[in-house]
Design a protein. Structure first.
Length: 217
């Protein structure tokens, strides 16, 4: 049996509740959503749309958002400041300007920009549940995310190989590990990381999911 509310059937009413709760409420995308009040169709205010039923489109409550923002912000500050100090120390201290520390400095550069450029926007996207920074920055952000994460991993591999060769082939490797060769190895890491992140910028990527809210995946 259907229970009409004004001109609305029971199925319509249940569908409206489903659309207004959980992930991807349509009202957040520029206030284009409508709601039924007392059996009539009324525009949903853009100021109240993001916080329907006490949650945001991401599904997090305000308390969750505040807590996560504080914790992750502290983590980002530690990452940025810590890696910046590593870079400054290696660049300024004469005793630290040895070739093996060049690899550590390259890793610190990748992690520094991850904390400074990638994590703030990723945090905002996660907590809000949708992307508000535009399609252009979505492409750039995603490419930089891949570039920096890949270079960070490959720099760790390079450091591991350097330590491994220094132990297993100590005399031979240390003779051939010249500044020029170390620079070539570090450059190769960043070039390979760049080659991985470029194709999506040229159109080789999955189509962004369609919906009432802009997404960046």
């Amino acid at each position: 049996m259907e229970y009409p509310v004004g001109n609305i059937t029971n199925e319509d009413f249940l569908a409206m509740i489903g659309n207004a709760s959980g992930f991807g409420q349509a009202g957040v995308a520029g206030g284009g959503n409508d709601s039924y009040i007392n059996g009539t169709l009324s525009p949903l205010s853009t100021t109240t749309a993001p916080a329907l039923h006490g949650t945001y489109p991401s599904g997090y409550t305000i308390a969750h958002i505040v807590f996560a923002s504080i914790v992750v912000t502290i983590l980002m500050v530690i990452i940025v400041v810590g890696n910046m100090l590593v870079i400054i120390a290696i660049a300024t201290e004469k005793s630290l300007k040895n070739i093996q520390n060049w690899f550590i400095a390259s890793l610190a550069v990748a992690d520094f920009f991850l904390g400074l450029v990638i994590m703030p926007f990723s945090l905002a996207n996660e907590l809000m549940g949708y992307w508000v920074f535009g399609a252009w920055w979505c492409d750039i952000h995603s490419a930089m995310d891949v570039l920096l994460c890949t270079s960070s991993i490959m720099n760790l591999c390079l450091i591991s190989l350097d330590r491994y060769w220094s132990i297993t082939k100590a005399v031979e490797y240390l003779k051939t590990r010249t500044p020029a060769r170390a620079a070539i190895m570090i450059t190769a890491v960043w070039i390979m990381s760049g080659l991985i992140c470029i194709p999506p910028l040229l159109g080789w990527k999955a189509k962004q999911p369609e919906g009432p809210l802009p997404q960046c995946q």
